[in-house]
Design a protein around this ligand. Structure first.
Ligand SMILES: [Zn+2]
Length: 475
């Protein structure tokens, strides 16, 4: 049974899509005025894990992610850089896709720009105005009237009188001349600051608000009711509450069956903020560890709902752990034909694999309990390492283990099975040093041989001399 914690009910629920085998899933994407920070990326990594696990569980997906390419920030930044809005935002969309590639995030089937869907947004706003859920104020902007939505605030577990105090900065961006402080903007009337950026509409020249774009684009590609909507936890209010209000006011149907939110990413126990100078991008991460998959590993193995306290130390630890897993894969790939295991040994390996497969599924079925799943994987590698050390795994046995690792890596996506990774440089260096050391040993030059051994120890390499072969692994 596949269970997800649904923000809508604040409970773990049995997941089933509306249409038997197809999951319609929407993820709130970034505002493309700058490079994505690691908080954004952690939310997309979570959504990638979720989608990969759904696929692994046999579902087909239609997945959509929006790109907010028009708002106060994108307009201002494009003007300051003397570029068209399209040109300016395209640069950061490309940069986002590069980050996706480095982090092995599968590109969503539909990646849609807000500015390509203005007509759909205008249609929705027209419907909201016609049904009395929205009004054009004296400043000529159009606002959603939250008092017309019976359960406004329920999704965020906020009472009506709390709304004003708890409204985040995003809502105050929307405050122009509305009737109620909490009403939010659907269509913002053009002003000088917008320059050339505007569209014609029945409400006059202007541009859409942020919230309406997600309702319009998700419904265009996925229909009136989505199976899953994901995003970072800070989007619950007001953004997701507003998406619900707008969409359900128009369709009269439930907008989303399952809402899944990724917890906060803190940096050294502090909130990411400009004033603290701790808004990191993937580039900053890569200055500390060269393998981007180490960041993927760090984000994925923590429980997504709890959020994560990111430190460069924990990143480094993640990188070392991932190197050890890569080393394990290499050891398995390098097992040679000279070992012939017994029937008993091969059965043992099959049992280990089957148990680990079951444990993976049980952990992930339980609201993507990745920390439990990864703990089991380490248990498994320990058992297999034990067999390798005793020469009890042949090429056949290794193949069974590698196939299993490849299978779970369809979900994890942080392991590499070819030898092109950055770890490869490290491997070459280690193997070169071991070869040199063995040359000295052959010449009985123990001083130089030991010098190299000490160097390897400093690099966290454990070496074991076994007959004519020197085996090594990372600590
Ligand atoms: Zn959204």
């Amino acid at each position: 049974m596949l269970l997800f914690y649904n923000t809508l009910t604040r409970k773990k629920e049995n997941f089933r899509p509306i249409k038997k085998n197809i999951v319609k899933i929407y993820t709130c994407g970034p505002t493309v005025y700058n490079y994505a920070h690691i908080g954004n990326l952690s939310a997309y990594l979570f959504s990638d894990l979720l989608k990969r696990y759904l696929k692994y569980s046999g579902f087909r997906l239609i997945d959509v992610m929006n790109l907010t390419d028009v708002d106060d920030k994108t307009i201002k930044a494009s003007q300051e850089n003397d570029q068209s809005l399209r040109q300016y935002t395209s640069f950061f969309i490309d940069a986002l896709l590069e980050d996706f590639e480095k982090l092995n995030i599968i590109k969503p089937k539909v990646l849609c720009r807000a500015t390509d869907h203005i007509n759909g947004m205008i249609d929705l706003i027209k419907k909201l105005v016609n049904t009395g859920h929205a009004y054009q104020a004296e400043d000529e902007s159009v606002y959603y009237k939250i008092s017309t939505f019976k359960d406004y605030g329920k999704f965020a577990r906020l009472k009506k009188d709390q709304l004003k105090n708890d409204a985040s900065g995003r809502i105050s961006n929307d405050e122009y001349k509305k009737e109620e402080a909490t009403d939010f903007v659907l269509w913002k009337k053009w002003n000088d600051k917008d320059g050339e950026i505007c569209w014609n509409s029945p409400f006059g020249k202007g541009r859409p608000g942020w919230h309406i774009e997600c309702s319009a684009m998700s419904m265009k590609y996925l229909g009136e009711t989505l199976d899953i909507h994901t995003g970072a936890v800070d989007l619950i209010f007001p953004h997701h509450q507003n998406e619900i209000a707008q969409s359900e006011s128009v369709t009269g149907k439930q907008f989303v069956c399952f809402w899944l939110h990724r917890g906060f990413l803190k940096i050294n126990n502090e909130k990411m903020s400009k004033s603290l100078g701790n808004i990191y991008t993937l580039k900053d991460v890569l200055k500390n560890v060269p393998n981007p998959l180490a960041f993927r590993y760090l984000i994925l193995i923590s429980n997504y709902r709890l959020g994560l306290n990111f430190t460069f130390k924990s990143l480094k630890t993640a990188s070392n752990t991932l190197s050890r897993l890569q080393h394990f894969i290499r050891k398995l790939s390098e097992i040679n034909n000279s070992i012939i295991e017994s029937e008993k040994d091969i059965n043992k390996i099959k049992v280990f694999v089957q148990n680990s497969k079951n444990n993976f599924k049980n952990a992930m079925d339980d609201d993507l309990n990745a920390s439990e799943a990864i703990a089991d994987l380490f248990d498994f590698t320990k058992k297999i390492n034990n067999l390798i050390d005793k020469d009890k795994i042949s090429v056949n046995g290794a193949k069974i283990v590698l196939n299993f690792l490849q299978e779970v890596n369809q979900v994890w996506g942080f392991l590499k099975f070819n030898e092109e990774s950055i770890d490869d440089d490290l491997r070459k260096k280690i193997e070169y040093l071991i070869e040199k050391r063995n040359e000295y040993r052959l010449k009985n030059d123990w001083i130089n041989a030991d010098k190299i051994r000490d160097k390897l120890i400093k690099m966290n390499v454990i070496i074991r001399d076994d007959k004519n072969l020197t085996r090594w692994e990372l600590k």
